[in-house]
Design a protein around this ligand. Structure first.
Ligand SMILES: Nc1ncnc2c1ncn2[C@@H]1O[C@H](COP(=O)(O)OP(=O)(O)OP(=O)(O)O)[C@@H](O)[C@H]1O
Ligand SMILES: [Mg+2]
Length: 291
């Protein structure tokens, strides 16, 4: 499968939400990372044909998705960011309902519903009404409904929001167990999720794609630019003002600051190996003149 964003732009009244996005995705898990308002949800809504782009096209294996209609929707699983459920449905009823909407036979709808309830750990809640579900449990129902019909293309808008750490790990497992043939696009603010799940990371800033590459390639790029500096607490503000910082720890009146700098920031600064949080701060931090 090959999915191409060709010169995609989106303007809402005065807001430019996306600006000439050109990317090509093949199979694998793509992590979409960017601050609030970067345009992630907009990109996903265009990719799922929920809203039209202002410019450009999305092509699936060379075909414009807008012209594919039901053929496209059959291949698609989508978890919206503001996933709402029918409060009076049970988890099972809800999944059966969505399965039927997706065109699955009664038999197949039941088989997949049972299987997915187990997969997301909700088999014991199958007959409970959704209005009594916690945020994380609803999110798991949302993940299950996106997987109905075994779609080739999965678009998940902040799928791990509201999941506790154990559930997040389970979710990572579900994703890595999916067929290698699928194309998965998932947005998240949880940088460690991206590192653990994504083969490729798309960085989106103010509606523009900054880069698309593997987590390890991002890390390589900032190799030698991450430092630990220990200073008396009163000097912390000075450092924070001058450098993008990815962590600050306080001990015995001292501040241990993890920061990004091309040059050794102080004579006694210690070099550190980079992680994805450093990468995030490097691209999106308050102080990003480094790039
Ligand atoms: N329906 C709309 N009408 C007007 N402006 C909108 C609409 N939807 C989004 N926007 C604007 O477009 C920009 C991108 O929004 P979008 O929801 O795509 O960001 P996001 O990256 O998903 O953010 P978040 O991390 O908060 O979910 C924002 O400036 C937002 O205010
Ligand atoms: Mg969003």
């Amino acid at each position: 499968m090959n999915l191409v964003f060709e010169n995609i732009g989106k303007v809402y009244k005065e807001t430019v939400a996306l600006n000439r996005v050109n990317i090509t995705m093949s199979s694998g898990v793509y992590g979409l990372l960017g601050p609030n308002g970067a345009g992630k949800t907009t990109m996903m809504k265009i990719m799922t044909d929920l809203i039209p782009p202002s410019t450009g096209r999305v092509l699936l294996d060379g075909q414009d998705i807008r012209a594919m209609g039901a053929d496209f929707r059959k291949k698609l699983g989508y978890l919206p960011q503001d996933f709402g459920v029918y409060p009076n449905f049970t988890a099972e009823q809800f999944l059966l309902y969505i399965a039927r909407l997706k065109g699955l036979s009664r038999f197949e709808a039941k088989r997949q519903t049972d299987e997915l309830l187990v997969l997301v750990g909700l088999q014991e809640k199958a007959r409970s009404r959704l209005k009594g579900f916690s945020g994380g449990q609803k999110q798991r129902v949302g993940i299950a409904q996106a997987l109905l019909g075994d779609p080739e293309l999965l678009v998940l808008d902040e799928p791990t929001a509201g999941l506790d750490p154990e559930e997040r790990i389970r979710f990572r497992g579900i994703l890595s167990g999916l067929s290698q043939q699928k194309t998965v696009l998932l947005s998240t603010h949880i940088v460690s999720d991206v590192e653990a799940i994504a083969n490729q990371v798309i960085l989106l800033k103010k509606g523009s794609v900054l880069d698309v590459k593997r987590p390890s390639e991002y890390l390589k790029e900032i190799e030698g630019r991450v430092w630990s500096v220990t200073v008396p607490a009163q000097r912390e503000a000075e450092l924070v003002k001058k450098y993008p910082c990815s962590n600050i720890m306080h001990t015995d009146g001292k501040s241990v600051v993890r920061l990004l700098s091309h040059e050794r920031p102080t004579p006694d600064a210690e070099p550190l190996s980079p992680n994805m949080e450093d990468m995030y701060v490097y691209y999106f931090g308050r102080n990003t003149e480094l790039q």
